[in-house]
Design a protein around this ligand. Structure first.
Ligand code: LLP
Length: 438
């Protein structure tokens, strides 16, 4: 999992840094990102497009992990950025991210969020629904400001890991249905509108996908629609955004494809269809989140209490849990763990790693294999870079962990650990009672 190795002390190292040193410096729980891996993944996507000779944008889907520092790295790597809220946009602005490479997503963007996106002159807005069309028309007309848009459609293919289903109509809260005329109606209402420029189409078919058929299917469905719009309205889409969803390896059973493979497959569909229909080759945009940050992240916990349930299992509890990684509780997501401070011992004792939240379901790993557990051990869970910190909460008023970036033996704190003061900073103590009408 990533670039973890073991040093002469028998300690897990992450990006060339001893995990025990990290914990001694920053405390636990700690999420450590090996940033070299993030860069490697980003370059692999970009390089594949380059090798295929295809104009492309690789946008980091920052819902997977949003922070000023990761946006800075994304910028260094020449990535674009997918943001889905005013908060993510604000973070990108704080990071000084080039606005023209920010793509603004969301199925219920508020007027204030859209105004903000216009004020910051983001690269494009991915239009999701008819209410948003009206809002964007109004805002652009009022501001007399141009805006590029992509039309988000649901192509009737839904993919998860090994399976995908294709349906006539997709039951999704996102986007315009491709097959029942909604997408055509959206296009009709947007094109030839002053200040609005339709750049092209967008779809996102799922997450943690291990096969390419669903992507090929989606690419084909969108291309067909683009060809129809050309024939009917003489309109050419310059951009085809096929979203993210490329799978990563959480456990031994997971067998994702190399980033290049996904890109090559979707590109081959687009290349062959453009040739066949003499359609100008569009730029292909993708939006990987998990596959850029997922395996770059490792969470380090301190082992505390233990409890044996005879003949059933041994619980070992760590000093975090569903508050910093809700994915096991929410999705039944599986992870792999090790005892980071004793890697030279056999990691063969089966335990259930529980969190410290007051909830029975707060188990991080049901059947983990670690060294014979001892209090104060450091437990590392791998591949926690995506959708763990970004979905973290203060449940039980646990402070959220610190986040550190490591790279080539160097480390740097990028999100400080929450304090008890942070925990109560929004609270307002009771005040003298006021009448409702004053
Ligand atoms: N683009 C769009 C429009 C999306 O909705 C998503 C993810 C992505 C890109 C990035 O997908 P990725 O490459 O990361 O699979 N919380 C869930 C995952 C939710 C994904 C939501 N959309 C989890 O922890 O598994």
């Amino acid at each position: 999992y990533g670039t973890q190795e073991v040093n002469e002390k028998g300690h897990l190292t992450i990006g060339g840094v001893d995990s025990v040193d990290l914990v001694n410096t920053y405390g636990t729980p700690l999420i450590a990102y090996d940033i070299a891996l993030f860069r490697e993944r980003a370059r692999a996507f970009k390089e594949t497009f380059r090798a295929e000779g295809i104009q492309a944008q690789v946008a980091y889907a920052s819902k997977a992990f949003s922070s000023i520092a990761i946006y800075e790295v994304a910028q260094q790597e020449g990535l674009s950025l997918d943001v889905v809220s005013g908060g993510e946009l604000y973070t990108a602005v704080q990071a000084g991210f080039p606005r023209e490479r920010i793509h603004f997503h969301g199925n219920n963007k508020s007027e204030a969020e859209l105004e903000y996106a216009f004020a910051e002159k983001v690269g494009c807005i991915v239009v999701d629904n008819f209410s948003e069309i009206e809002l964007i028309k109004r805002i652009s007309a009022m501001r007399k400001q141009e805006m590029d848009v992509l039309i988000r459609v649901t192509p009737g293919v839904e993919a998860h890991t090994h399976n995908y289903i294709t349906t006539g109509q997709e039951d999704s809260k996102f986007g315009f249905d491709l097959k029942n005329g909604q997408a055509d109606e959206a296009f009709y209402r947007l094109h030839n509108v002053e200040y609005i420029r339709v750049l092209g189409m967008h779809c996102h078919i799922g997450s943690q996908i291990f096969e390419t058929t669903a992507f090929r299917f989606a690419a084909e469905a969108l291309m067909n629609k683009m060809i129809m719009w050309r024939d009917e309205y003489n309109f050419i889409c310059r951009v085809l955004n096929l979203g993210g969803g490329f799978g990563i390896r959480y456990t031994e059973e997971d067998a994702p494809l190399a980033p290049a493979k996904y890109v090559e497959e979707m590109a081959s569909v687009v290349l062959s269809m453009t040739r066949q229909h003499q359609y100008p080759m569009p730029e292909i945009w993708i939006e990987p989140g998990r596959s850029l940050v997922g395996d770059a992240g490792t969470t380090l916990y301190r082992l505390g209490s233990m409890k044996e349930v005879p003949e059933i299992r041994t619980y070992v509890a760590v000093d975090g849990g569903m508050s910093d990684n809700i994915r096991p509780a929410l999705y039944g997501a599986e992870y792999t763990a090790v005892t980071a401070n004793r890697m030279d011992e056999p990691q063969t004792t089966e335990v259930t790693i529980a969190g410290k939240c007051c909830e029975s379901g707060d188990k991080l790993i049901e059947q983990a294999l670690i060294a014979r557990p001892q209090e104060d051990d450091i437990i590392a869970t791998f591949c926690t870079g995506a959708y763990s910190y970004s979905m973290a909460s203060n449940y039980n008023r646990l402070p959220r962990p610190a986040v550190v970036f490591v790279e080539d033996g160097m480390h740097q704190l990028v999100i400080r650990r929450e304090t008890y003061e942070d925990i109560t900073r929004l609270d307002i103590p009771l005040q003298a009672v006021k009448r409702g009408d004053t």
